[in-house]
Ligand binder design. Sequence first.
Ligand SMILES: Cc1cc2nc3c(=O)[nH]c(=O)nc-3n(C[C@H](O)[C@H](O)[C@H](O)COP(=O)(O)O)c2cc1C
Length: 203
Amino acid sequence: MGLLFTAMAGTVTIGHFPTAAAFRPLALPKLAAARSAHLFTDRHFRDALAQFATGVTVICARVPDGGYTGFTANSFNSVSLDPPLVLWSLKRSATNLPAFENAERYTINVLAHGQVELARRFSRPHVDRFAGVPFRMGSAGAPLIEGCVAWFECSHYARYSLGDHVLFIGEVETCERGSGAALLFHQHRYGITPPPERGSEPK
Ligand SMILES: Cc1cc2nc3c(=O)[nH]c(=O)nc-3n(C[C@H](O)[C@H](O)[C@H](O)COP(=O)(O)O)c2cc1C
């Protein structure tokens, strides 16, 4: 959860970008040194990250036995418009890591404000996370959950093992938007986006 800073720092150090030098802001070495010297606790780090409000997604893939796997993720973010790329990370200890590494395609479901129970179910042990969940199949062969505010179907573009997480970069093959308020996650709690003002235009 929330491993974006680690991921960005790791990406810089492995020089994935052709202009890696341009990605070395002055503050970065100091921050990296502080982290390696353990000047803050894991809790302190998590609490600082939790100040960054995010949406909540359920990322799904088909597994070899014909069923599906899925988990709640708030590490989702945009990367590039051309090509259309998104990112998310999964902890290396996750039981579903092999499934996502082996699946050619997967779906990212952006949860609506009324889907808190889905977020809880897909982040906790459950006999069958998909039981009773209404979904349809898209071209990625993985569930597109009904009632979400957006859906992305992706194929793997790149993957990096960074720290205790694996960073997935997905190339978006299809995307759709629904309507209504999205579910938020902030300060370790679920919330909802405030309703838009009448007549207001998207920024
Ligand atoms: C709001 C929220 C966001 C989360 N985001 C992530 C994430 O981005 N990456 C991750 O590895 N785990 C994340 N988790 C934890 C996983 O949902 C949880 O560990 C899940 O059980 C992993 O799947 P598994 O049980 O099949 O291993 C998040 C949990 C919550 C409640």
